[in-house]
Design a protein around this ligand. Structure first.
Ligand code: GDP
Ligand code: IMO
Ligand code: MG
Length: 433
């Protein structure tokens, strides 16, 4: 058996949660491989909305194993909150949830540092979710971090104090006292006390060597689905650096974030929204600053699942998506939020950029320093509401033209198209599933 992968090809929020939930019945194991609670993965089941930040999106299927892999960074406070909220909805997330001992811990002071660094950047701020992502991955790479496996070791308390002291020294250099920066609305000390309560609860969860666990599953012919967070254009190496997150969001992150060898990667499902959104700062060539952008935001309910911030909206950018397809080796394409384009007279798609007098097809380094002009093709919109359609053969011809146009630009076929936020609002190609 191989590990199939689901990941976003844009700047995040492509609808990964919905697709993982939809595909989960076909797998034995669902595993997150990177990121932390900066992610917000929404799943709508019979009118009930669930937003997951850390727990894999397979959790609503009772018999599935869910793994938080070594490449993820975990805030115990947020994990505990998520488990408690799921319990209120009669979902016991603890029974089938397994956490890698090698996953790093997000300390309360990591979140304080995130706030300090963002404030210091001023106008150049990244637009971080302020969940402590950057400082925690920094400590991991600097070999200062604390891992989940450490919480059951007697040295945990002294490790915590040493790292917290280090963070406080840095805070003082920025003339900042942690008490000045409340976390999730709580004064630092209250948050820290709850964080320690959550550490106690975490000791009772299944803490495992997930690399052995997953490889054993594969050896026993169990199928594994790796769930990406964020999107390719937020990858720390290949995204619009420095306006990125701090992990490898691309397919290679599955190998390092779960401990599986490259030849064990199977299908790579790449998800695109029918248009583009971005939350936070940084280049966004096809961004619409006009009524059309506002219309996409309103029709698509484009407000962040984690922070509630309005998302920036624009037309589909095939230059960026082509780049993402290359980096990830996408084998299967999925579109979400196609219904949001219902009723648009004309739909634009960017196929090239112009820089000065030059027309280019690749995503350029300089996008971070100078604006690029998106060059658009225009396609006819459709009048029919596609959110109630159940079969590909029933979709309006203009919508099919839109899909075929994208497929031929990317050289890959759509296997699923999501036409609404509910679990069952999905067109699935005949040969697939
Ligand atoms: P993720 O982070 O990639 O899982 O995506 P988010 O959950 O942050 O954002 C996607 C949003 O779009 C959520 O509110 C979903 O409920 C919603 N959604 C997903 N698929 C569709 C779709 O096909 N149509 C519509 N209208 N909404 C969708
Ligand atoms: P999902 O998994 C969209 C963005 C932030 C910010 C930048 C860095 O739901 O698609 P960080 O908190 O990592 O320091 O933020 O990345 N960002 C996301 N944008 N979806 C996400 O996750 C994101 N996670 C981080 O807005 O611009
Ligand atoms: Mg999201």
């Amino acid at each position: 058996m191989k590990v199939d992968v689901i990941l976003g090809l844009q700047w995040g929020d492509e609808g990964k949660g919905k697709i993982v939930d939809k595909l989960a019945p076909h797998y034995d194991v669902i595993a997150r491989f990177q990121g932390g609670a900066n992610a917000g993965h929404t799943i709508n089941i019979k009118g009930d909305t669930h937003i997951l930040h850390l727990i894999p999106s397979g959790i609503f299927h009772e018999d599935k194993i869910n793994i938080i892999g070594n490449g993820v960074i975990v805030d115990p406070f947020i994990l505990n909150k998520e488990i408690t909220e799921l319990k209120l909805k009669d979902v016991d997330a603890t029974k089938n949830l397994f956490i890698s001992k090698k996953a790093h811990l997000i300390l309360p002071t990591h979140r304080v540092l995130d706030g300090i660094y963002e404030r210091t950047r001023g106008d150049a701020k990244v637009g971080s979710t302020l969940k402590g992502i950057g400082p925690t991955y920094t400590d991991k790479a600097a070999r200062n971090g604390i891992r989940i496996g450490d919480i059951i070791h007697p040295s945990f308390s002294s490790q915590y104090i040493a790292l917290k002291e280090e963070h406080l020294r840095i805070s003082r250099m920025f003339n900042c006292n942690p008490d000045d920066l409340p976390i999730d609305g709580l004064p630092f000390r209250d948050y820290e006390a709850r964080w320690f309560d959550a550490i106690d609860r975490m000791r009772g969860l299944h803490l495992i060597d997930s690399e052995f666990f997953i490889n054993k599953c594969l050896g026993e012919n169990k199928s594994v689905l790796a769930e990406g967070a964020q999107g390719t254009m937020l990858d720390v190496d290949f995204g619009t650096y420095p306006y990125v997150t701090s992990s490898n969001t691309i397919c290679s992150g599955v190998c390092s974030g779960l401990g599986v060898a490259p030849q064990m990667i199977g299908k790579v499902y790449g998800i695109i929204k029918a248009y583009t959104t971005r939350v936070g700062s940084g280049p966004f060539p096809t961004e619409l600053m006009d009524d059309q952008g506002d219309l996409l935001r309103v029709k698509g309910h484009e407000y962040g699942s984690t922070t509630g911030r309005p998302r920036r909206c624009g037309w589909l950018d095939l230059v960026a998506v082509r780049y993402a397809v290359m980096l990830n080796g996408v084998s299967h394409l999925i579109m979400t939020k196609a219904d949001v384009l219902n009723g648009f007279e004309c739909i634009k798609v960017c196929k090239h950029y112009q820089i000065n007098d030059q027309i280019i097809d690749h995503f350029p380094y300089c996008v971070i320093h100078e604006p690029v002009i998106p060059l658009y093709d225009e396609l006819a919109g459709w009048k029919t509401d596609i959110s109630r359609i159940e079969k590909f053969k029933e979709v309006p011809v203009e919508f099919m033209t839109y899909l075929r146009y994208i497929e031929s630009s990317l050289g890959i076929k759509f296997v699923m198209v999501s036409t609404g936020s509910e679990r069952d609002q999905m067109l699935i190609s005949g040969e697939h599933l």
